[in-house]
Design a protein around this ligand. Structure first.
Ligand SMILES: NC(=O)c1ccc[n+]([C@@H]2O[C@H](COP(=O)([O-])OP(=O)(O)OC[C@H]3O[C@@H](n4cnc5c(N)ncnc54)[C@H](OP(=O)(O)O)[C@@H]3O)[C@@H](O)[C@H]2O)c1
Length: 484
């Protein structure tokens, strides 16, 4: 792709664009990192114009930018980059209008960001090609969810592939844009301290939790047909898992990193009707209280009365069948209306074979906890001598914080800033390759089929808790507990 790029956002008036993409672009502009970006052309179905769109964007940015980041001077320059074109996805004339606007610019590169219904992705690509605005300098970014199962994902990918090569296709999972997820690569492959112990000889188990406080109100019938497994595990949790579990890549080039992630996905042990009861838990929130506020249950929300087979919580025990991870369970869980909003990875090391100390052996474990949200940080749980004359050689847990707080505050950014910057520069490292997404769907489909075959129930949990009791039992039968 040539240096200068026009960014066209399909769904430019939608929630994602308003809350995430435009604030991220403003921040890149503010940091002087948007030098490749020429214009930002938002599209939607409304018959509005560029001036009105700019006015609306101004209010939205003031609302959604992180505190203290609004700046009138920066806005004056940024607003000049913003344009609006009305585009109905299946309306050729609207693409001609878009092509007319693109032709007036100086940027030969085009980045089409599809932040709209995935069912429209194929049509939008086809229409863009028909309007003559796709060439070797064009790329496309695809928002999740890419389909509902392997077949629908494959269909979307195939339609997009008729217009854009794989090298020009950027599939987003915003978890990959998080600093701490990238830091996992640095931690694992940059430190002799961790790398030699990153295997089943030293690691007992791995937990990945993505907990949300929010419910599903506002997500209409989409969530009723989706559920937590498809909505969160297929993408965010499996992407994080594959980075935790991957082998060292040959280089840091996108192809090498994605090859290694892909190998992990291929080694996931299938979950079938035979082991689905011991490896999965499905839950659905009932009424309860979150952050001190009473909330309704999932089936009491208007759009979800009939969605009694939809899970809002899922916990899985996952085995990775390869030399590094055989015998190390990866416990995954995610859900809505849980105790609090947080995401973390917990690496639990094996206990020493013999203890010299007067502690309960249960206490003698090291853990590495990688916090992904709300704050991004890494904590190593170690054991020190309990100080003082009274306790001779007793141990107490001590937390070592491995994050450079000063640098973090200075350089903190949203995942979408990282990903937009990389897409503008054509770097695919933090984007998902087609085979990764499809392999993940293939594995998820086996679980859904197993649930159907085994009639796996969706168990209630009270909003404001960490899921159904069965999730506690899932790890307890292995003698473990969730890290809280
Ligand atoms: N919101 C998030 O936080 C989030 C997070 C991750 C992924 N995503 C994904 O991002 C995509 C957009 O989500 P969203 O929450 O922003 O949705 P949204 O608020 O419903 O916005 C949808 C956008 O698509 C446009 N649109 C709808 N139908 C269209 C059509 N037939 N032709 C042309 N444009 C059309 C809408 O334009 P109008 O102005 O005409 O309505 C609007 O700009 C979805 O794939 C979603 O799953 C969203």
């Amino acid at each position: 792709m040539s240096d200068m790029v026009d960014l066209v956002i399909f769904g430019g008036t939608g929630d994602l664009s308003t809350r995430k993409l435009l604030p991220a672009l403003f921040q890149l502009h503010r940091h002087g990192l948007a030098e490749r970006l020429h214009r930002i052309i938002a599209t939607g179905r409304a018959e509005t114009d560029t001036d009105s769109f700019r006015e609306e964007a101004r209010g939205n940015l003031q609302r959604f930018l992180p505190e203290g980041r609004w700046d009138d001077g920066i806005w004056d320059a940024f607003r000049e980059r913003l344009y609006y074109v009305r585009v109905e996805a299946d309306h050729p004339q609207h693409y001609s209008d878009l092509a007319g606007l693109l032709d007036t610019g100086e940027a030969p590169g085009r980045l089409y960001y599809l932040a709209t219904l995935p069912a429209l992705y194929g049509e939008i690509c086809r229409q863009l090609q028909g309007a003559g605005v796709v060439d070797e300098y064009s790329r496309v970014v695809l928002e999740k969810p890419l389909g509902h199962d392997l077949a629908s994902c494959h269909a979307i990918n195939a339609q997009v592939a008729q217009v854009f090569d794989e090298e020009a296709t950027f599939r987003i999972d915003h978890y990959l844009g998080k600093e701490t997820v990238q830091n996992l690569l640095a931690l694992r492959f940059g430190n002799q301290l961790f790398h030699p112990m990153w295997n089943n000889t030293y690691i007992e188990s791995v937990q990945i939790t993505v907990a949300e406080e929010i419910g599903v109100a506002g997500r209409g019938s989409y969530y009723a047909d989706t559920g937590a497994l498809r909505d969160m595990v297929q993408n965010h949790l499996l992407q994080v898992l594959s980075i935790v579990a991957m082998e060292p890549p040959a280089t840091l080039q996108p192809g090498d990193i994605r090859d290694e992630k892909m190998k992990v996905l291929r080694c996931l042990e299938p979950i079938s009707a035979d082991n689905v009861a011991e490896c999965t838990v499905r839950g659905r929130y009932a009424a309860g209280a979150v952050a001190g506020e009473a909330v309704r249950g999932f089936l009491e929300e208007d759009a979800f009365h009939d969605a009694d087979t939809t899970e809002t919580f899922v916990a899985l025990k996952v085995n990775i069948n390869n030399w590094r991870w055989a015998g190390v369970p990866f416990y995954l869980r995610t859900g809505k209306r849980l105790t609090r909003r947080y995401s973390e990875i917990v690496i639990e090391y094996r206990r020493q074979p013999f203890s010299l100390f007067a502690n309960d052996p249960q206490e003698l474990t090291n853990k590495l906890v990688i916090h992904l949200q709300p704050e991004e940080s890494i904590t190593l749980h170690t054991l020190n001598k309990k100080p003082g004359l009274r306790s001779k050689l007793k141990l107490k847990p001590v937390e070592l914080h491995l994050t450079d707080d000063d640098e973090r505050d200075e350089d903190s950014y949203d995942a979408y800033e990282r990903l937009l910057l990389d897409a503008l520069h054509g770097d695919q490292t933090l984007f998902m390759r087609r085979d990764e997404v499809e392999t993940a769907w293939r594995w998820i489909d086996t679980i859904i089929a197993a649930w159907e075959e085994a009639g796996t129930p969706v168990k209630n949990y009270n909003a404001g808790t960490m899921g159904p009791n069965a999730a506690t039992a899932l790890v307890a039968v292995d003698g473990r507990q969730w890290h809280e």
